[in-house]
Design a protein around this ligand. Structure first.
Ligand SMILES: [Zn+2]
Length: 252
């Protein structure tokens, strides 16, 4: 699943089109019906930003194209005119490059800044940890940490992978209710998520310690990593019961 860091990588790759007048096509029928190509074709692309898991493409004239990749979407930036099989959702073309969106998921044209109701962005250069903490504390405190960290209204950009890895880094069990965690512990989890995800944007993804490693040994304490479904959306939590202690009753 694309997480905030994938969206930031896509935003970086798309910078080659910024400042250019772009040709816009929507080959996929589900995208074509939105009338996006007709309204954007030939306009100058002014800015591309990643906001949480959203990519916002700002065009001249105040038009903003919002793309959310959900589970399957992918952006590719390649040389213009490269042969391809299938119908992408969107193609943005400059004289030299093409940005291609596959399996679009969410694509909408907005007139103003979207009211995304997102929490502070974990990938910001100087993340607003205080703001994140305040939002986490405003939630019902029996909510489990692993579930709350995926709520984009509280913290924007964290997905299931970096949630699991950040909790492991900070030795916090995903099953502990927020009310049982000190501010320092929550801060450590958020800081770990920020550090790991910034590293992932800058270079190769840092190694995983628990994510999709159920049944294998924890590299820190040798405990056996477990997995279980968590939260309303039944996302899989991965954790080491040896060094991420507390709240396990909820996992069984
Ligand atoms: Zn461990």
């Amino acid at each position: 699943m694309p997480e905030g860091d994938s969206v930031h990588r896509a935003a970086q790759r798309l910078q080659v089109l910024v400042g250019r007048h772009v040709e816009v096509e929507t080959p996929h029928p589900r995208a074509a019906v939105k009338g996006i190509a007709e309204r954007l074709d030939g306009r100058r692309l002014e800015q591309v930003d990643a906001v949480g898991k959203n990519l916002l493409l700002r065009f001249e004239g105040g038009l903003i194209l919002r793309s959310h990749l959900r589970m399957s979407g992918r952006w590719r930036v390649e040389a213009r005119g490269r042969a391809r099989v299938g119908k992408p959702w969107l193609v943005l073309r400059s004289a030299e490059h093409e940005a291609v969106l596959w399996n679009g998921a969410v694509l909408e044209l907005l007139r103003d800044d979207p009211k995304l109701r997102l929490g502070p962005d974990i990938l910001a250069e100087e993340p607003d940890f205080d703001g994140m903490l305040a939002r986490l504390r405003a939630e019902p405190q029996e909510r489990e940490a692993g579930d709350a960290l995926l709520d984009q209204r509280l913290v924007a950009g964290i997905g299931n992978l970096w949630k699991a890895e950040a909790l492991w880094e900070a030795c916090v069990s995903p099953w502990r209710p927020l009310g049982q965690l000190g501010d320092g512990e929550l801060w450590a989890v958020l800081e770990a998520a920020h550090t790991l995800m910034r590293k992932s944007v800058a270079g190769p993804r840092p190694p995983r310690h628990v994510y999709r490693r159920a049944g294998r040994a924890c590299p820190r304490c040798g405990g056996i990593v477990r997995s279980a479904s968590q939260g309303r959306h039944a996302r899989t939590a991965y954790w080491c019961p040896g060094c991420q202690v507390g709240g396990e009753a909820a996992a069984s």
